[in-house]
Design a protein around this ligand. Structure first.
Ligand code: PLP
Length: 396
């Protein structure tokens, strides 16, 4: 029998993929399934972006690019960052990555080892904890509380820092809750972090363009006092409906005080994936510089569905749902239904044909909640809500 190193036995998964597989299997057997489980926009990538990739292939861009990405793609990221945050970063600070996840992986790998602690949001994106455990570091959950709009509390976050803390992972707007951490709270957090210069920050800002009700995203880049210990994760997957293109970017410090993080991630890229696929990098430029009307249309649709989903959920017996301010997820409280969240999620799929995810798949504090992705048509969302209502009223 082969024996791998123990770290691999500690790797977790994203249950969203297991739910998708089960939903697909049921659909193949003829069941009518409404899928509110998957975390990707149900829109196609805008045509001009697809054309840019095709043109790149036709123009003969078939070879490697530099490991940190094409200069033109990094310059596009610089323009986009300036537009979103008002902060001008150097193209030398930008790394083009094969999606958002590899930035998470690289950063956690740089800071996690046995005997250290990493703070991460709970409920939160499941890969944070999985990767922390892979490195042998101790995962320290930072509670995202419903009463606090599923936002970070600066006070509670700072109270969890110890001399062993190496990294703090932030995510706003957040998966799975749609929570957005207000600027004032981030300001407080940054101020408090001044007393803990040994803590690096990974700010996952992949949903930065997805906020509602006039809410604006506050980027950690806007705080120069933490720039030397800050990695910002972002990417094309969500904003431009490009999950399958595997295109992300991140912004890294590279000073001696920062430990030359950028050099380290660039070397990791050379060792692992060489560079992101070249035509996608051309498509990434078109996404940032091209017309944004499709993106705006998508956001209007998400906003309408968000209202439909929240209203419908609050109409279900035993269910209450706060209005999410970002991303495209609702995180209803199902504690009063008498069901354990994972059992309810599974029963809704098997009995009612509604695919969604149980809150515990996103952390210890996810018990009592479900995650619904509203990346599906309004018509399907209404069908799902109707089925959920029937199930909760009649048990079938
Ligand atoms: N960060 C968060 C919070 C996410 O929800 C996701 C995807 O669901 C990612 C990162 C990963 O994005 P990508 O598909 O680009 O790797």
């Amino acid at each position: 029998m082969l024996q791998t190193v123990p770290a691999f036995d500690r790797l977790g998964e994203e249950n969203a993929f297991a739910v998708l597989a089960r939903a697909t299997a049921l659909a193949q057997r003829g069941r009518d399934i409404v899928n509110l489980g998957i975390g990707q926009p149900d829109f196609s990538t805008p045509a001009h972006i697809v054309e840019a990739a095709i043109k790149a292939l036709r123009d003969g861009h078939h070879g490697y690019t530099p490991a940190n990405g094409l200069l033109a793609t990094r310059e596009a990221v610089v323009r986009r960052t300036l537009m979103m945050t008002g902060v001008e970063v150097s193209p030398e600070a930008v790394m083009i990555m094969p999606g958002g996840k590899p930035t998470m992986f690289a950063t956690i790998l740089m800071f996690g080892e046995a005997g250290t602690e990493i703070l991460y949001p709970d409920p939160g994106f499941p890969i944070y904890r999985s990767m922390i455990e892979f490195t042998g570091a101790t995962p320290v959950p930072v509670p995202m509380r419903e009463a606090n709009g599923f936002a970070f509390s600066a006070e509670e976050t700072l109270s969890l820092i110890t001399p062993k803390t190496r990294l703090l992972i932030l995510n706003s707007p957040a998966n799975p809750t749609g929570g957005v951490t207000p600027r004032a709270e981030i300001e407080k957090l940054v101020k408090g972090l001044e007393a803990h210069p040994h803590v690096a920050i990974l700010s996952d800002e992949i949903y930065d363009a997805m906020t509602y009700d006039g809410e604006t995203h506050c980027s950690l880049l806007q705080f120069p006092q933490v720039r030397e210990r800050l990695v910002v994760l972002n990417g094309w997957s969500k904003t431009w409906a490009m999950t399958g293109w595997r295109m992300g970017w991140s912004i890294w410090p590279n000073t001696p005080a920062s430990g030359h993080l950028l050099d380290k991630v660039r070397k990791l890229a050379i060792n692992c994936w060489s560079c992101v696929n070249t035509p996608s990098q051309y498509a990434g430029i078109a996404a940032i510089d091209g017309p944004q009307d499709e993106v705006e249309k998508m956001m209007r649709a998400f906003d309408n569905r968000r209202k439909v989903v929240v209203e419908g959920l609050n109409d279900l017996p035993g269910v209450s749902c706060i209005t999410p301010k970002g991303a495209f997820y609702a995180f209803p409280n199902v504690g009063e239904t008498g069901w354990k969240a994972k059992k309810l999620a599974s029963a809704l799929l098997e009995e009612s044909g509604v695919a969604l995810i149980g809150g515990p798949d996103f952390g210890i504090l996810g018990e009592g909640y479900l995650r619904l992705s509203y990346a599906n048509s309004e018509e399907n969302i209404l069908r799902a809500l109707e089925r959920m209502k029937k199930f909760l009223e009649t048990g079938r």
